[in-house]
Design a protein around this ligand. Structure first.
Ligand code: DHE
Length: 549
């Protein structure tokens, strides 16, 4: 509960730039003919509810409550989903408290009683209006803290930057930089609210974070202690950031993917000065001629073989190949695929990109150099691969995805020959009790495949990780939280050598980063301390730069 309280505190101070009208809003309860009661909400409550909504609900229901993977939540409905006014306080409370079989979690016990009551009113009034936020607004938020000329030209230390780890302390809005060789914490930097992912520049020198508040923070690893050298706010709500990695463009440009507003922004990767903004609203992929305004940008990867980024537009199901050779007028090729695009990564050759279309239970395969769709593969209920992972055995080269909606790990053959671009094997994680898996990981030098069950409701499963033998595909061991550690196990990262695996424990009372020896599967080290607050994603500089997963 301590962590939840601190999370809510952070939420309440988080900057949500949605505009709220000054007056008290009211709406009549239309479903209850016996009642003349009106729903009312004050400006302060509206702001508080927006913060809760933004953190807990917008990911599925959309920033403007227009619906996404979850239904719309509009007072008068949208013709497809019921009006929230009709559901009323009791109906909305039932959904919030109990969740739904379609995948909405139970919020009772996570949200306080007061929060639930507030949300039942908030959802019955018109959503707050999202103000315009384009190039001009991004430029206004830009803060170049250390100009390029004032930065060191070579490292001021003799540490091995390639084995640095950036670790997200989600609820604290901080990023810790840890020396992977010595396991020393070098610094904990205040970045953005609920930082979501980190990516590294092509040279490995800079680490960039992006938060749910849309803030990008740039960290220089050449200084004695890693330092923040620039910051900018690319939008109100975001999940992705990436840099240019093609030869000749190393460390030159950065791309930001906005959830709200839905846009792709290109910035100078040395300074974070914004260069261009392209809205991603557009027609959906399936030929229904449906125009989607809130078309959020999900996963982005940078090609190593071409000067392009692959940007995945969630609600439209369009994969955009963005050519950054002219960053002020980027070239855009849009490939219709399937909905809703979420997370993904490269196959072992870096030629193909595989991404989950989670609402369609499919994995989409893109041939990056040829900018074309290769396959759309049915896998299982709500695939969630993270960046996925690549393993190799007698079946060929395989790219692996886990699933949120069922206990299934699907292995897709990526090498040429019979079965290419199909699921050639399915395996199950331990304890046949639903899905909840978020991430999988292996390494070219390892014979192990690691799988978490973070969102499984069973505490025994969500606090453990399964390790499979990549050759036999048999479950080798289920690792439970070591003594003195609790919470949910989430996300994996290997060290540069490929012989250690780092696992986060969050949402419990005893957060930790647990480091396992990948050969023996024994605990090698546990990183804990006041500064380890709900760690989530971990990013090794070498592996992130070179897309080793
Ligand atoms: Fe994530 C990756 C979106 C919830 C931890 N998450 C991603 C990506 C997207 C995304 C689009 C891919 C980025 C890329 O590769 O460019 N995540 C979302 C959501 O919309 C969602 C479902 C709800 C929300 O409101 O944010 C969501 N994510 C979570 C969590 O609850 C997690 C477990 C903890 C947290 O941060 O709150 C979480 N997501 C992560 C991590 C990655 C990620 C650690 C990076 C994986 C990697 O290895 O690259």
């Amino acid at each position: 509960m301590k962590n939840l309280n601190s999370l809510l505190l952070i939420i309440s101070i988080a900057l949500v730039s949605f505009s709220c009208k000054n007056e008290k809003k009211t709406v009549k309860k239309e479903n209850d003919t016996n009642s003349t009661e009106e729903i009312s909400i004050t400006e302060a409550e509206m702001e508080e509810a927006s913060n809760i909504y933004f953190d807990k609900c917008a990911g599925c229901h959309g920033s403007s409550r227009l619906g996404a993977t979850g239904p719309s939540l509009l007072p008068d409905g949208d013709g497809k989903y019921a009006a929230t006014k009709i559901l009323g306080v009791a109906g909305l409370r039932a959904f919030i408290e109990n969740g739904t079989p379609a995948g909405m979690p139970e919020w009772k016990g996570i949200l306080t009683e007061e929060d639930i009551e507030l949300m039942t009113r908030f959802l019955q009034v018109e959503p707050p209006i999202i103000p315009p936020y384009g190039l001009e607004e991004i430029a206004k938020s830009w803060n170049l803290i250390v100009p390029v000329a004032d930065r060191p030209s070579k490292p001021e230390h003799s540490r091995n930057i390639n084995n640095y780890f950036g670790v997200i302390m989600r609820d604290a809005g901080k990023v810790a930089i840890i020396d992977g060789d010595t396991k020393e914490k070098l610094v904990v930097l205040k970045t953005g609210f609920a930082v979501h992912i980190l990516r590294t520049s092509a040279s490995g020198r800079y680490i960039y974070s992006v938060g749910r508040d849309g803030r990008i923070t740039m960290i220089d690893t050449y200084t004695k202690t890693p330092t923040i050298v620039a910051e900018v706010k690319g939008g109100f709500d975001a999940r992705s950031v990436e840099v240019s990695k093609f030869k000749g463009y190393e460390d030159k440009y950065l791309v930001f993917g906005g959830y709200s507003p839905s846009h792709i922004a290109i910035l100078d990767a040395q300074t974070l000065e914004p260069l261009s903004v392209t809205p991603t609203s557009g027609n959906a992929c399936d030929g229904e001629k449906e125009f989607i305004t809130e078309a959020r940008v999900a996963a982005i990867v940078a090609s190593h073989t071409d000067p392009v980024w692959i940007c995945n537009v969630k609600e439209t199901g369009m994969v955009w190949i963005v050519d950054y050779t002219d960053p002020k007028k980027p070239g855009m090729t849009q490939i219709p695929t399937a909905r809703f695009l979420h997370d993904g990564g490269f196959d072992s050759t870096g030629h193909y990109f595989l991404v989950a279309a989670n609402a369609s239970n499919k994995i989409v395969v893109i041939d990056v150099p040829n900018k074309k769709l290769v396959a759309i593969i049915e896998t299982g209920k709500i695939p969630h691969p993270g960046r996925g992972t690549n393993i190799k055995n007698e079946l060929g080269n395989l790219w692996v995805t886990s699933h949120l909606g069922e206990n299934k790990i699907s292995l897709i053959k990526t090498s040429e020959g019979e079965g290419q671009w199909s699921v050639v094997k399915e395996i199950k994680a331990s304890g046949d009790m639903g899905g909840g898996a978020l991430f999988v990981k292996s390494h070219p030098k390892s014979n192990h495949l690691w799988v978490d069950r973070t969102l499984n409701p069973d505490a025994k499963l969500n606090s453990a990780v399964d390790v499979f033998d990549t050759n036999t595909l048999e479950l080798k061991k289920t690792l439970t939280a070591p003594e003195g550690v609790d919470g949910r196990a989430v996300h994996f990262e290997y060290n540069k050598a490929g012989d250690e695996v780092w696992v986060s424990y969050f949402m419990g009372e005893k957060s930790a980063i647990v480091i396992y020896n990948d050969k023996t599967l024994e605990v090698k080290e546990i990183i804990q301390g006041d500064w380890v607050e709900n760690p989530t994603g971990k990013f090794n500089v070498y592996n992130t730069t070179n897309d080793i997963y």
